[in-house]
Every structure is written in structure tokens, then in C-alpha cells.
Design a protein around this ligand. Structure first.
Ligand code: GLU
Length: 281
């Protein structure tokens, strides 16, 4: 059975781009009589607004997307800690105290998420404690797993290139687990068989595939869909004024009609779809 999920973070209201992502995930599951899950990704402490979760449920109902809600990330922290402990026991995590500014000043290449960490703390005697993040020793981790591949339903088989990211942070100082660790563990725990998400996160999948191999998790297929962009080519974002679908809902618009328009590729003025994947230099 195909199981998909929509995994919004409650740090701002949902806009049309989220509605589109939810529709893709919902329709992909329903196409094979499968199940569509809602998972609230609420571990971004400072930015998380718990009251938005109820709005998200209302939004999905308004769009007529049937969903089953699974545990939010805030209830899964023990599983993130266990996974980080096993990676640490395998000697694959190391503590780091470098600031963003230090990394920007010392990095010698760019990765999908910005300057690649040059490994400054890898062999330095850093004491674990407050203010420390834990990074994956990418070279050791990729040596241990050997070559990996993964499949995107739309783009076919991909060679995993987690090395593009360098030593990613898996345990943060301001939130428990990083997006990469939490999302990978949750998708496995929820039995997600087809991970749908925007093409802007295509490269993140390289890291997720590696984490699955390291942690012995099942391998789903992926479906990276186009994302909605503004006329200036940038991704739709609430902070740049994309309208909240909750406002349309409250204004009495018909959610079924909005969903039908999104399925047909009819967007608001200036908004279009982009399937572009940023390639790291
Ligand atoms: N919480 C992430 C977001 O809102 C989900 C990304 C994913 O689907 O993996 O961007």
C-alpha cells in the first residue's frame, strides 16, 4: 500500500505552495488506494506556533484532502536521541562549536545548503556540552556504506551524493534533531513508502538515503514535485506576502474549487511551477 505524508512546520500559515504539496501527496496515495498522513514538524522551538496545527487540519479539510494524523515531532524526541546515540556509538558523530561566521570564512566550497563545513572540529578536542552541535563524519559514513542509490519516481535512479553536503549537523543546539535526522526517522516510523516533497529538497534526499543505510531503515521511493514560484523566480513564501489559505477559507472561498485549480495548474497571477533543482557548485 502506498503511504505518503504532508509534513508542514507550524512556523507560519499554509499558502498555495503548501496546498499544492499536500494535494500531490494526497493524490499520489489515493491513486493506489493508499493512505495520506499529516505530520506536524514542530521541533523548531523558537519559531514553532502550536496553535497553527489546528489551522493546518482545517485547511486540509477545506481542500477536501482526507488524512490520518500521526504523532508530531515534539513527541518523538526519544527516537531521535536513540538514533543519534547509535551513530555516536559507531564513531560517526563529532561535536562542533564553530559559528556560522567562522564556517563562512573558512569554507572552501558551497553545498546545497550553503558553505560546506571544512571539518575544523573533526580532530579538535571539543568538550560536549551546551552550545555544541553534533556533525556526521561524512567521509567515514560514506566509506562505511559504500555507493548508494535511490529512486525518484519522476527522474529515475540517482547516485546518492551526500558528500556534497559535507559534515552535516544531525543534532542541533537550538532544537533537538536536525531536519535530516528527524524527517528520515519519522518517515520510517510512519511506514511512508513514497516520500513526496518539493524539488527544492531534491538534494536533501542524498543525506536521507545515507542515514537510512546507516540506521538500517527501510528505503522508500521519492517523488519530488515542482514548486510554486513567484514572477521573480523565487519560491512562494509567506514572508514575501504569499497569501495564507486560511484567509481564503475564512473569506468563504470554495476549497474544493481551489484544489481543482491547483490540480489543473491554474495559479494566481504571476505564480507558476518550477521543476528546477539547484545544483551545488
Ligand atoms: N517540514 C518540512 C517543510 O515544511 C518538510 C519537508 C519534507 O517534506 O521533507 O519544508
Amino acid at each position: 500500500m502506498t503511504i505518503t505524508r504532508f509534513a508542514p512546520s507550524p512556523n507560519g500559515p499554509l499558502h498555495l505552495g503548501h496546498a499544492y504539496a499536500a494535494i500531490v501527496a494526497h493524490d499520489r496515495a489515493k491513486r493506489d488506494g493508499g493512505e495520506f498522513l499529516l505530520r506536524i514538524e514542530d521541533i523548531d522551538g523558537a519559531r514553532s506556533r502550536p496553535e497553527l496545527a489546528e489551522e493546518f487540519r482545517e485547511d486540509l479539510r477545506w481542500l477536501r484532502l482526507d488524512f490520518r494524523e500521526v504523532a508530531p515531532q515534539s513527541q518523538r524526541i526519544a527516537s531521535y536521541r536513540d538514533a543519534a546515540d547509535s551513530l555516536r556509538a559507531m564513531g560517526l558523530l563529532y561535536p562542533c562549536r564553530c559559528s556560522r561566521a567562522e564556517i563562512a570564512a573558512t569554507a572552501t566550497r558551497m553545498g546545497p545548503d550553503g558553505p560546506v563545513y571544512p571539518g575544523t572540529c573533526l580532530h579538535a578536542p571539543i568538550m560536549p556540552g551546551p552550545g555544541v552541535v553534533w556533525r556526521l563524519d561524512m567521509e567515514q559514513a560514506t566509506d562505511l556504506c559504500g555507493p548508494l542509490s535511490w529512486t525518484d519516481e519522476r527522474r529515475g535512479e540517482q547516485q546518492a551524493r551526500p558528500d556534497l553536503f559535507g559534515d552535516v549537523v544531525l543534532w542541533r543546539k537550538d532544537a533537538p534533531a536536525s531536519y535530516h535526522l528527524a524527517a528520515t526517522l519519522d518517515d520510517a516510523a510512519d511506514g511512508v513508502t513514497c516520500v513526496t516533497r518539493g524539488a527544492d529538497l531534491f538534494q536533501a534526499t542524498h543525506v536521507h538515503r545515507l542515514l537510512q543505510a546507516l540506521l538500517g531503515l527501510p528505503e522508500p521511493v521519492w517523488h519530488h514535485h515542482p514548486v510554486l514560484i513567484e514572477a521573480d523566480g523565487r519560491k512562494l513564501a509567506k514572508r514575501r506576502g504569499a497569501s495564507a489559505i486560511a484567509d481564503r477559507r475564512r473569506a468563504g472561498e470554495d476549497g474544493r474549487a481551489v484544489a481543482a485549480e491547483l490540480r489543473a495548474g491554474l495559479f494566481d497571477t504571476g505564480i507558476s511551477l518550477s521543476d528546477y533543482i539547484h545544483q551545488a557548485a
